[in-house]
Design a protein around this ligand. Structure first.
Ligand SMILES: Cc1ncc(COP(=O)(O)O)c(C=O)c1O
Length: 381
């Protein structure tokens, strides 16, 4: 049943001898030179010119007024949530259809996630689901959004741009602003993706995060960054992620419990070099998406396309099967042929840590978890 499309996928990648990975990083001579130059300079750690240069370049590429580089996307999320004021006893709204790091970063602060549904087309947190839950479950007390049943403050909201598809951030911001809830955009997967108004993902909310993990559209092995609208918040992030050390030529004075989250100069040099390839990688991925659309055009299965008017980086191509049984049969056929497709994440609410978490209706999340498969999407087949 799946033979033709699986063969077609292999052909898209030139039918190589071995397996076709879901997503492989790609490095060129310039990347090698960038790393070698840092090694020669000995500035491989927390001090070096590439960190600040990268922050400026990332801000320029995304259009974010400020960027702060950190060790990975999870650390970026943790820092953003601390800056949003999240702490023990707070509630943070998010989607269960996401990589687990989104939820764990909330838990690191002592807050608890509340899982709400996603939209069918964007696969991002539904502004309507957020409005419905807030109106039904919460009330305003002295400018705070309080969950009536537990008395806890709803402090923040973390939507995610799944697989690079821009979610409806403006509509979500409108809901959250009305309740005084700070939005943190998890843009780990969406570097190079744009909203209908041409704004880069991660540049609408006051705080946003990206990842440069090995499977992302550009990588430096491990790395991440925060994007800010506000310079004072960015300076605070820099301070907290560098052990909250007060600047001094030799004294060790710290004014808060900070974190060792600063991106090493070695990684910064590599990601600077990779950032120059972002437009090229996006173009290759968008072309690959078109080829997948043609491959699945006359089949009962549907490619997930970018929401109308947006421009996705198509980091991971996603295919919708008709049900979970069919999805598993498709995955089995792919793996038997060395096509390393994979299912979407199990919902966070199905993981033991979040089994008892507060939640709304999750029917779209459940449906997409059962039916979505990610197809091999390397930028350089
Ligand atoms: C949606 C999402 N959030 C957060 C992360 C965490 O990023 P990192 O692996 O750099 O910690 C990732 C990916 O790894 C992700 O896909």
């Amino acid at each position: 049943m799946f033979e033709e499309v699986v063969t077609g996928i292999r052909q898209l990648f030139g039918d190589p001898e071995g397996p076709i990975p879901l997503h492989a990083p790609w490095f060129d001579r310039a990347d090698e030179e960038a790393v070698a130059a840092v090694v020669r300079s000995t500035f491989v750690s927390s001090i070096g010119p590439d960190i600040t240069a990268f922050e400026q370049e990332l801000a320029q590429v995304t259009g974010a007024p400020h960027a702060v580089a950190v060790v990975n996307g999870t650390a970026a999320l943790h820092t953003a949530l601390v800056l949003a004021g999240c702490g023990p006893g707070d509630l943070v709204l998010t989607q269960p259809f996401t990589f687990i790091a989104t939820c764990n970063a909330i838990t690191y602060t002592g807050a608890q996630p509340v899982f709400l549904d996603i939209e069918e087309d964007t696969l991002g947190l539904s502004p309507e689901a957020v409005r419905t839950w807030l109106e039904r479950e919460c009330e305003r007390r002295a400018g705070r959004c309080v969950h009536k049943a537990t008395g806890r403050n709803v402090r923040a909201c973390v939507p995610m741009h799944a697989f690079g598809l821009p979610m409806r951030i403006e509509a979500l911001m409108a809901e959250c602003d009305a309740w005084g809830i700070t939005v943190v955009e998890d843009a780990a997967e969406s570097l190079g993706s744009y909203h209908t108004d041409g704004r880069h993902t991660g540049t609408t909310a006051p705080l946003a995060t990206v990842s440069f993990n090995g499977n992302k559209i550009i990588t430096c092995g491990g790395g991440g960054a925060l994007l800010f609208q506000d310079g004072a918040l960015a300076r605070r992030a820099k301070h907290l992620t560098t052990q909250a050390k007060l600047p001094h030529a030799w004294a060790f004075s710290h004014d808060a419990v900070g974190y060792n989250y600063r991106l090493p100069n070695l990684n910064a040099a590599l990601v600077r070099s990779q950032l120059r390839k972002l437009p090229h990688n996006v173009a290759v991925k968008r072309a690959l998406h078109q080829r997948y659309l043609r491959l699945f055009a006359d089949t009962p299965w549907t490619m997930v396309e970018e929401p109308a008017g947006t421009r996705s980086n198509h980091w991971l191509n996603a295919l919708l099967l008709r049900d979970r049984t069919e999805r598993d049969a498709f995955l089995a056929a792919c793996h038997a042929a060395g096509v390393l497709a994979r299912p979407a994440w199990e919902l966070a609410t199905d993981q033991p840590m979040y089994a008892d978490a507060l939640r709304g209706d999750l029917s779209v999340s459940r449906d997409r978890q059962d039916r979505v498969v990610n197809l091999p999407s390397s930028a350089h087949p």
